[in-house]
Write a protein that binds this ligand. Structure first.
Ligand code: ADE
Length: 274
């Protein structure tokens, strides 16, 4: 995969040289280029912002430096596999609190792409005409990390590149760890423990020391249900409950959920399990 990031603070992206993503770059699994937006300005002061039309607080990023930066990236696209096969448009991700929500499903979807370009806005954002115009060269997706406001897109890019990059083949040493982690199946991950089995008068749950793999798997699944019901009940209506075992249904029953038409339904408070 090739990733290009455009920012007025290219140093902000330095952590992408570290750890698993840094190693993936060294190993040639990921090509990542960071571009300074100011190199695409033409005035003495290398200006990237101006006052908003219509008035209001803050500054807006000027369109022309963005067009220059994005055109130069589009022109340097990876060659297509064969000459007659047209190159697929790269995805242009514009981090913004006004975008669609980033989640694990979107990370998996974007990990399938050949090329991603991230446009890090600052101030009040980028002139909207850039977003419309960029449609010519890119599939444009404004994406939000969550319902809060950051000072710019760079921190969001660090998070998204890590979430996407670790899904690329060969980046995470043991691909099984991707299967069992939070959000991979729409639930939160079960709690984990390591040695010593007794620590400051706290014991590791006995089932994990039992050697009974069936029991351990069931305990872990039920811990996922309990955690998700407690911490993220909003995830449960989306969970595919159609193939739950009787023991799984009864675990959800104790948490106050019934399975109706293959979906979990919260029982009205106070109702006894069906
Ligand atoms: N830029 C500013 N706030 C953001 C957010 N919540 N997500 C993505 N990019 C942003």
């Amino acid at each position: 995969m090739r990733i290009d990031v455009v920012s007025i603070f290219p140093e902000y992206l330095a952590p992408l040289e570290l750890s698993l993503i840094g190693k993936a770059r060294q190993d040639g699994l990921l090509e990542l280029n960071v571009h300074d937006l100011r190199t695409f300005t033409t005035d003495k002061h290398r200006t990237v912002d101006d006052t908003p039309y219509g008035g209001g607080a803050g500054m807006v990023m000027k369109p022309e430096p963005w067009a220059q930066a994005l055109e130069s990236i589009a022109a340097s696209q990876m060659p297509a596999n064969s000459q007659d096969e047209p190159t697929k448009k790269p995805v242009l991700i514009v981090p913004s609190p006004a975008g669609e929500r980033f989640n694990q499903a979107l990370a998996y979807e974007l990990a399938e792409e050949e090329q991603l370009v991230f446009a890090c806005g600052r101030y009040e954002g980028i002139d909207e005409r850039v977003i419309e115009w960029a449609d010519e060269h890119f599939t444009v997706r404004p994406v939000s990390l969550g319902d809060y406001v950051l000072n710019g897109g760079e921190v969001a890019v660090l998070a998204m590149v890590e979430a996407i990059g670790r899904l690329l083949p060969g980046v995470v040493g043991n691909p099984e760890s991707l299967v069992e982690e939070s959000h991979s199946d729409g639930l939160l991950e079960y709690p984990v423990y390591t040695k010593p089995s007794s620590w400051r008068d706290r014991e590791v749950p006995a089932v994990l020391l039992s050697g009974n793999h069936g029991k351990i798997a069931q305990w872990r699944r039920h811990e996922q249900y309990r955690r998700t019901a407690e911490r993220r009940p909003d995830l449960l209506p989306e969970f595919d409950a159609g193939r739950l075992t009787r023991a799984d249904r009864s675990a959800f029953g104790e948490l106050g959920y019934d399975v109706v038409d293959g979906q979990l339904r919260r029982r009205p408070d106070g109702d006894l399990p069906a």
